[in-house]
Design a binder for this molecule. Structure first.
Ligand code: PEP
Ligand code: MG
Length: 928
């Protein structure tokens, strides 16, 4: 049987269903599903995503067989709706829309009102008795069709300002001005008729071809244009950011047009089944009377609130649908409840009311802020709509980032000058310098500047600038405008509908009353309240511990995960912050920053420059008190939790990169001649220090350093133990590649440990282990594990050495590697599971082959990357360690991994002992 490429749907009956997203796209699958559960949906059909792939494979040609299938489906639609496509009497108009597997808001093209021609126009006027409406629909069709199908999809690249759309907009503005109109709605039927003719003349002039006066031609032009827009510039850019594969393709949805702009008993709206910003269980939406869907989403008119719950300070005066048309509102609310029960998730819906009849045009799982995602997951589990496991899986780990994000300092906010107020579309605080175009945002961000993008309204063309901005501010639009949807999806601070702002992108400035914001001015935004300030305000860290939903969810997360989560922290405040975020220990304390302190560096340099062991020892021992203080602070903060402290690691070279002035100063401080210092620096110079004198090579060349650090750690531990503070130091030797390196350094540590225990008369609970960060170490992990009590995978160095990419110089070629898809992503951010990951897996397996209980963790940057955390779970690591702010993200990723790939639970020792005792007792009883 030939492959089916077209799937029909109408209320009560559909060929497809929700599970068919890959084939029908999200929109098509959900339209089918809504039909199946009896929700009123205008009839239509979906052309599959596979057809899109075939279109590209066949050199942008559609197969003959598709025409047949489309005609058959169209006949069914005509029957269901009692109208005829292209017919002179009661004509059927259709929309042609894109719909990928994953929503790509506004990134692809749509054509509405398809089917209006000189033949069908009189018929539609006769039926609607509304000439103005018909010509308004017609001029919209010409504008959209000419722009999308005849210009963009045809690949015409007209110079800025010469495209058909802008010329048509200008013609319309000119007419409004001549007639003295303020709003589009004032244009009469006659005006619109004239305008449609002008538009057609523009098409002919600019494109060189007439606007097609044939319904079938329009239909096929629209279908091809949608497929074509899959590979449009903005769709490609969005796919790159969202990591959507290019071979997924888009479906095309052809659907009966219903009109929200036929008069005052018609309307259109967008709603969320719960509040997408806060997660509150309230029906939330916006609507516009006598308008088309694009008016709401494009943000050209500020919409009214759907109901009492949606009213805000800014919209209190506007009439809600609940007030204006309670009957339809009740029907809509019923649909909302039905959809939530059916999908068991928060949905984003689009509806149209045509002459008092309600139609649903779209439903999809709604985008939400991180705050909302957490609250909805917990609420829905509490309402028993979903179970706890589903609740955990509902929140993408990175979404937590937003709850952990800083807010503007409320005290500073009270005194700051308010420039404007708008709708709070994306919560949190944002501070940056004003820029007025997406390109400027991208260019400034490239230079390392923090920017806030200010636009009248955003369009999909702006996504690259929006992505790099700290926050987004728009003058127009509502909570469901493009800017709001996109920002919310990214968890970015965003304020929309800031009507008091007059923005001129050309002059690169915005004014609000007598205040002017020029390009480069610092502004601050409170995206939770929708307030803009003209200054750079301080920000305060987030306080997730005050969010009860977050706290509940994280207790479920912790119960579900099988890996521990530690933190990388070098100071007591960082350690304390990490504990607040749920860290269960420290996986890496880098001791180097302790040496770069100005008071200490001089002793370090003195040590490096020393002629003999005696002077060297003397110099290094001056650092002992400082180090002891450091370790005491950290161990105390982490009382009862393991703390991995790594011995000194950075290249020696880094301590003595000095200019002439610094050499002179050092010479005076340590009483060594300038010439001698310079000679020693020259001697220490390394071409590639990251592969040079660093890691355990330092301690091997200068055992005094290891001795001093071990003593500082163990004496701090001994003193705290005496004070009854439970400490668990784990001393970690860096950059080991050969077991003998470990043996050498371990001997120094054990000797010192013996001395310290004797001196303090205590038994210390400590371990000696190593980093596995050199490929050779992973390969001989079994031999290293004969001595090392724990492994911590240093995937930063492992990636560096495994790939042979210098960590510090990858910027020279990584962008090209990513652009040319040589690598899917930066391997220093997300672990290269296929390659470097094998070294980790092999290292764990080999290590545990000699020491079965070997504790294994990871402390490279990857420990906070959700995908890498999942991998760590799969290869059996005991813990991941990451920066404090990523601890909750790692906890969540670890829980999700445990849900997806549960490890066999090891029998609890207590349970084992109990079982053994029971068996023994039973045997004894038997013997008796
Ligand atoms: C590593 O190499 O992964 C690591 C954690 O150490 P550093 O980044 O300090 O070299
Ligand atoms: Mg390292």
């Amino acid at each position: 049987m030939a492959k089916k490429n077209v799937y029909y749907f109408a209320a009560g009956k559909a060929d497809g269903k929700a599970e068919m997203k890959n084939l029908l796209g999200g929109k098509g699958a959900n339209l089918a599903e809504m039909c199946n559960i009896g929700i009123p949906v205008p009839a239509g059909f979906t052309i599959t995503t596979e057809m899109c792939t075939e279109y590209y494979r066949n050199n942008k040609k559609l197969p003959q067989s598709l025409t047949k299938e489309v005609n058959a489906a169209m006949a069914k639609v005509e029957k269901a709706m009692g109208k005829k496509f292209g017919g002179a009497k009661n004509p059927l108009l259709i929309s042609v829309r894109s719909g990928a597997r994953k929503s790509m808001p506004g990134m692809m093209d749509t054509v509405l009102n398809v089917g209006l021609t000189s033949k069908t126009i009189p018929g539609l006027i006769a039926i609607t008795d509304n000439e103005r409406f018909v010509y308004d629909a017609y001029r919209r069709l010409i504008m959209m069709y000419a722009d999308v199908v005849m210009e963009k999809a045809a690949g015409l690249e007209l110079p800025e300002g010469e495209g058909v759309r802008i010329q048509m907009e200008e013609a319309m503005e000119k007419m409004k001005k001549e007639k003295g109109y303020e709003f589009d709605t004032e244009l009469t039927a006659e005006d619109l008729k004239k305008l449609a003719n002008e538009f057609k003349a523009i098409v002919k002039k600019v494109i060189g071809q007439p606007f097609p006066d044939d319904a079938q031609k329009q239909l096929w032009g629209g279908i091809k244009a949608v497929f074509q827009s899959w590979n449009g510039k903005r769709a490609i850019e969005y796919r790159r950011i969202e990591k959507i594969p290019a071979d997924w393709g888009t479906a095309v949805n052809v659907q009966t047009m219903v009109f929200g702009n036929t008069g005052d008993d018609s309307a259109t709206g967008v709603a969320f089944t719960r509040d997408p910003a806060t997660g509150d269980n309230k029906f939330y939406g916006e609507w516009l009377v006598n308008a088309q869907g694009e008016d709401v989403v494009a943000g050209t008119r500020t919409p009214s609130p759907l109901n009492k719950d949606t009213k805000s300070e800014h919209s209190r005066h506007l009439l809600s649908l609940e007030e204006q048309n309670p009957k339809i509102y009740k029907q809509l609310e019923k649909i909302r409840n039905k959809l939530e029960k059916h999908y068991k998730d928060m949905l984003d819906i689009e509806f149209t009311i045509e002459n008092n009849t309600l139609w649903m045009l779209q439903c999809r799982v709604g985008k939400r802020t991180g705050t909302a995602a957490v609250r909805m997951a917990v609420d829905m589990a509490t309402e028993r709509l979903i179970n706890r496991t589903t609740a955990i899986m509902r929140v993408a780990p990175v979404q937590l980032d937003e709850l952990l994000h800083p807010m503007l300092d409320p005290a500073a906010e009270r005194d700051a000058e308010v420039v404007a107020k708008g709708l709070p579309a994306g919560p949190g605080g944002g501070v940056g310098q004003a820029v007025f175009t997406a390109d400027d945002a991208a260019a400034w961000a490239q230079k390392g500047k923090k920017v806030i993008l200010i636009r009248n309204e955003t369009s999909p063309e702006d996504v690259h600038g929006m992505h790099v901005s700290e926050a987004i501010l728009t003058a127009k639009g509502g909570m469901t405008s493009h800017a709001a949807l996109v920002a919310r999806g990214w968890g970015k601070c965003c304020i929309v509908g800031c009507g008091s702002l007059q923005i001129s992108a050309r002059d690169k400035k915005a004014t609000a009353g007598d205040i002017t914001i020029n390009e480069g001015d610092w502004i601050s935004m409170n995206g939770t309240l929708g307030v803009v300030y003209l200054s750079s305000l301080p920000v305060v860290p987030a306080a997730p511990e005050r969010n009860k939903w977050y706290k509940t969810l994280m207790t479920w997360v912790d119960a579900a995960r099988q890996m521990k989560v530690r933190t990388n922290a070098d100071s007591p405040p960082d350690a304390a912050q990490a504990i607040a975020f749920g860290a269960e220990g420290i996986g890496l304390t880098r001791t180097e920053h302790m040496f770069f302190d100005p008071k200490r560096i001089v002793h370090m340099r003195e040590m490096i420059l020393a002629e003999n062991e005696e002077t060297r020892r003397k110099a290094v021992m001056k650092l002992l008190p400082f180090q002891k203080e450091d370790f005491t602070g950290i161990l105390k903060t982490m009382a009862g939790k393991p703390v991995t402290i790594r011995l000194l690691d950075p290249p020696l070279h880094e301590f003595v990169t000095l200019d002439d002035e610094q050499v002179k100063e050092l010479s005076e401080q340590i009483n060594v001649s300038v010439a001698h210092i310079k000679a020693r620096i020259a001697q220490l110079h390394e071409l590639n220090p990251m592969l040079g004198h660093r890691g355990c090579r330092l301690g091997i060349a200068y055992p005094e350093i290891t001795e001093m650090q071990a003593r500082a750690i163990l004496e701090a531990a001994a003193e705290l133990t005496k004070k009854k503070v439970k400490v668990m130091p784990e001393i970690m030797i860096p950059l080991v590649g050969h077991p003998n390196e470990f043996i050498n350094q371990e001997a120094v540590i054990r000797r010192v440990a013996g001395e310290v225990q004797k001196k303090y008369k205590v038994r210390l609970n400590y371990m000696v282990g190593t980093m596995i960060e050199i490929p050779r170490a992973a390969l001989v992990a079994d031999r290293i594990a004969e001595h090392a009590e724990f492994f911590s995978f240093g995937t930063n160095d492992l990636t560096q050495m495994g790939f042979g990419f210098s960590r510090d110089d990858i910027g020279g070629f990584l962008p090209a590697y990513l652009a040319k898809k040589i690598l899917p992503e930066d391997p220093f951010q997300s672990l290269d599971q296929e390659g470097i990951g094998q070294l980790v897996q092999f290292g764990v397996e080999r290590g545990r082959s000699t020491r079965p209980a070997l504790k294994c963790g990871i402390c490279g940057e990857h420990g906070g990357d959700p995908e890498s955390v999942r991998f760590c779970h799969r290869v059996g690591l005991d813990y991941v360690s990451c920066s404090p702010f990523r601890v909750p993200i790692a906890r969540m990723a670890a829980a999700q991994a445990a849900i997806e790939w549960p490890r066999k639970a090891a029998a609890k020792p207590k349970a084992k002992a109990k079982a053994k005792a029971k068996a023994k007792a039973k045997a004894k009883a038997k013997r008796k």
